[in-house]
Design a protein around this ligand. Sequence first.
Ligand code: NZQ
Ligand code: ZN
Length: 383
Amino acid sequence: MNDFVFHIPTKMVFGKDCLSKLNTEMKPFGSKILIVYGGGSVIRTGLLAKIKDLLKDDFEVFEHGGIEPNPKIASIRSGAAKCKESCIDIVLAVGGGSVIDASKAIAAGACVDFDPWEFYGGPRRMIEKALPLFTVVTMASTGSEMTCGAVISNDETCEKLGRGGFPVFPKASFLDPELTYSVPAFQTACGAADILSHVMESYFKKDLDFCLLDRMMEGVMKTVVANAKIALAEPENYEARGNLLWAASWAINGLFGGGSRQVWSCHPIEHELSARYNMTHGLGLAVITPKWMRYCMEADPETRSRFREFGRNVFGSADEEEAVEDLEKFLYGDLGLVTTLKGAGIENIDAEDMAASICSKGSINGYLVLDNKAVQKILKACI
Ligand code: NZQ
Ligand code: ZN
C-alpha cells in the first residue's frame, strides 16, 4: 500500500433543500458574486432566476454566461477580466463540469496578471491563489464539484489540458438531484459513461493490495449501471438521479486512487478527441474504453484476471471476454451511445498524428504502458 494524504476541503451540501444554505455559506467570503453558467439550460429551467432571487438581498450579482461544453480559454480570459474590472469577491458556478472547470480557471485567472492559459500550456504556472469558488451542480458527470482540477481547451493550439491546484477546490458544492431532472437522455448517458470511466481508471491498476477500495469501486460501478438505466427510463426518479450525482462526486475525488501514482489510460486519448473534434467527453470514453480493454488483454494476457474480476463483480460476467461484452451492452445498449467515431460523425481521423500528440511527452504510463503504436492501434479500433 502506498502512503497518501486524503484532504478535501469542499463542504458538500446535498438534497432538495440545499440551495436554502447558499447565502449562509457564501456570506463570509464577500458581497460581489460572479455567476458563471453555460449555454442557457439554467435560463430555460428557471434555475438562474431562482438563484438570483435568493442572492439579491445579500449580494451584488454579476453574470458570465455562455460557457461552452469543453470550455474554451477565450471564455476564461473574458471571465477573469470581468472579475478584475468589477472587483468580484466570489465565483459561483451553476452548471455541469464545463461550467465548473471554467469557473475554477476564472477564479484563478482573476488573481494573476498573466494569461490564464499559462496555467495550462507553455510555462504551466502553478495555481497559487484563486477567488473563493462555490458550485451548484446541474449534471451528474465529471465530479469537478469535489476536485481541484479543471480541463480547458485552446482552439488556437488545438490542445485540451488539465490543471489543478488546492486554491480552486470549491469552498462548498450544492447538489440537488432535482436540478438534474432536465438533463437530456444523451447527456445523462454520457455523464454515466464518464463516472464509470473515472472509477475504471483507478480500478485497473498494478498494485492489488487495497481490497477495501476495490470493493468500494465495484459498489460505485454497480450503482452507476443500475441507476443510469432508471434515470433514462424515468428522468424524474429522485433516487436514481441522487445516486448518480453522489457517485459522480466520489468517483474522482481521489478516494479510489489510494496513493497510486499510476496515470489514467482512456482519458488522455479522449481529451485529444474532444480537443480536435469537440467530441462530448463521456461519449468519447464510451467509444474508447472497450477497445482499450481488448487491446490490453491481447497485448498482455496477465491483465485478463483483473478484467475477469471487474466483469464478475460489476456485471456478473462469466469471464473476461464476457466482461467486455457486458460493458458494451451497457454503454451501447442501455445507454444508447454509439460504438465508433464514425457513429459520432467523426470521419477519417489521423491516428498517427493524434498518437504523436498524445504521446508527445512520452508513453501513457497507465495500467498497461501505452506507447505511440499502442495508442494508434486503440484509435484505429475506434474508427
Ligand atoms: O451549457 P448548458 O446550456 O448549461 O447545457 C449543458 C451542456 O450542453 C447541458 N446541461 C447541463 N446541466 C443540464 C443541462 N441541460 C439540461 N439540464 C441540466 N440540468 O449538458 C451539456 C453538457 O454539459 P457539460 O458541462 O459540458 O458536461 P460535463 O459535466 O460532462 O462536463 C464535460 C467537461 O468536463 C471535463 C470534460 O473534459 C469536459 O470538458 N472533465 C473535467 C474533469 C475534472 N474537472 O476533473 C474530469 C473529467 O474527466 C473531464 O475531463
Ligand atoms: Zn472524465
